[in-house]
Design a protein around this ligand. Sequence first.
Ligand code: SIN
Length: 309
Amino acid sequence: MGRLRLPNPIAVASGTFGYAREMAAMVDLRRLGAILPKTITQHPRIGNPPPRTVETAAGMLNSIGLDNDGIETFLARHMPYLASLGPPVLVSIAGKNDDEFVAMAARLDQAPGVAALELNISCPNVSGGVDFGTDPAMCERLVAKARRACALPILAKLTPNVTRIDVIARAAEAGGADGISLINTLLGMSVDWRRRRTRLGAGMGGLSGPAIKPVALRMVYQVARAVSIPVMGIGGIASVDDVMEFLVAGATAVQIGTANFYRPTVSMEILDALPGALAELGAGRVADVVGTLEFPPPAACAGPAISNP
Ligand code: SIN
């Protein structure tokens, strides 16, 4: 992915894989294309009130609220283990403002074992969490500042809670992002009408899982055509067929998220099946299928109201 070299295109998404240690008994961590630990912030956060997760039709809602112990504890307690595993470690960071993002980017630039940063500008569960991912000017400015603060490859993780995802992606590219990862969760709600209560303690939360895959595919397709930097697809990926759909739609690599919760070995199953799926298309390499979707057919060009390039 540009400056970021991945051994294969199957990564595990931030927030769905702990700090990897938790998964070691079930997953051969060395085989992964990349590991993205839970988003860290400059200072520890206790997160949102429980309940923090609720199952939905074909998905789940979460409102974790970026619960984490802060960057220094992460670097001392988790980074040495993560760095020892082999796959590139892409550290996901979230800041309350430009200065926090910049301070974390500069700190991680000096930290051994960090392969890249993923700027989480798309968490819907904290105050201001999606501001940088919904305002193109803020997005570009933030990415440019992070870019100046560190030499590591930078991915911008985008929120689907926008009308024009291509505009935000272009802003991230203009700011100097090396790649785009998308999508984070869609803001949603679950209601227990008998109790007249929301099921999540915070009221609302981010929807993920197979339910959001069609939205993610559509946005990956749009963004891959809008920018010239690589795209990492995220959103409901749970099988090798899902992976192939994202690659053909324009993703250079993917992140497995919610499926890790209900089938922790899913990344290994996908890795086993990927060469066979590529061979079905006569492809020997992932790059041979990326962005090869034949769409739109000429007659359908005028179709969708939200039409990007
Ligand atoms: C959370 O911690 O609330 C989820 C993280 C995210 O949506 O980016």
